[in-house]
Design a protein around this ligand. Sequence first.
Ligand code: ZN
Ligand code: ZN
Length: 420
Amino acid sequence: MQVKAPRGTYDIMPDDVNKWHYVERIIRQTAETFGYAEIRTPIFEHTELFERGVGDTTDIVSKEMYTFQDRSNRSLTLRPENTASCVRAFIEHSVAGGILPVKWYYMGPMFRYDRPQAGRYRQFHQFGVEAFGSNNPAMDAEVISLALEILANLGLTDYELHLNSVGCPQCREIYREKLIAHIRPVKEQLCADCQTRFEKNPLRVLDCKLNSCQAAIAGFPNIYDYLCPDCSEHYSQVRKNLSDNKSSFIHDNQLVRGLDYYTNTAFEITIPQIGAQSAVAGGGRYNGLVKACGGTDMQGIGFAMGMERLLLAMASVENGPINAPKLDVFLALMDDKYEPQAVQILSGLRRAGIKTDRDYNYRSAKAQMKYADKLGARIVLLLGEDEIQRGIITIRDMQSREQSEASTEELMAAIKAILE
Ligand SMILES: [Zn+2]
Ligand SMILES: [Zn+2]
């Protein structure tokens, strides 16, 4: 029986890995120019961390986690996202005692038991940032600007930035009651999921994508109208800062994150051309999260970006810089009796940082040339009977198609001259 990759997972084959390397490089460079440092947390955590840090009323925790018992009967979970782990690390390493704010970024695989579809996998990859220790609206704007700058640096310009404020626990409570009063009379018209959401977390009814639910709740009150003076001022400062930076945004009343630890800024970036799953990044402020995970009262804000979605969006733009790393030199040898010379040439070139490969099957010179061409080699070195007799190596420039000869001593200089 042939074993295949599990449903919802996929292999990134070497040709595609070049694209990943490119995107990862742009992301790292951009994050570092904004002063963010990378953190790497474990792939799995105690299940309890996500129950508290993501929230047990969310779909992620209630339906989508890969949770298992290890051999000592601990309940562990493959991370479905990385913010909770960053918060845990922030608390565990007493980072709050140092200089604030701290700005972290991460990149890596996440796991959710979700129905696989285009752009959505069970093992997927996210890049994200978390900034702890500042409530300055300029920090909100910086985090959003970093996400936008990454898209710009990847050549993605057709995006929409959706923005809202979810207020603080005080003003949200007032809003929540208004929303409940609005939805209660139409509750029976909502889908089964929304009826459950309504009981547990009414703000999440606004997230439902079903037209019937949207129609039922039409005319719902906007949280914007219920923001307290502090929250209102925070939101207007964020918008001003974005405008000062010439970033356009859409105020989106429906962008409401229902959990108690979310505060103020909420945002989402979509690239409509990639289809139904058009959100490439989402984030916001979570001033209550560190405390909810057992730490001190600590402000924080962050976002996560879906790497698969980014690559999907990249497929539709001109992406010239994504090239496979080409081989510099291919060593063609005609017989195993030249192995001693071959191994010395190969090692010498590789130690000099020249990307070098060779033939292992002693095929005909013609077949080896074809193979070298396929590998994209700039230079082919030929080592056969004639070369050994005369103590030289034949050098073929695959671009000009010119051939020359060099002694072992001259070889390195000759190769460097061509590569430059
Ligand atoms: Zn407020
Ligand atoms: Zn619904």
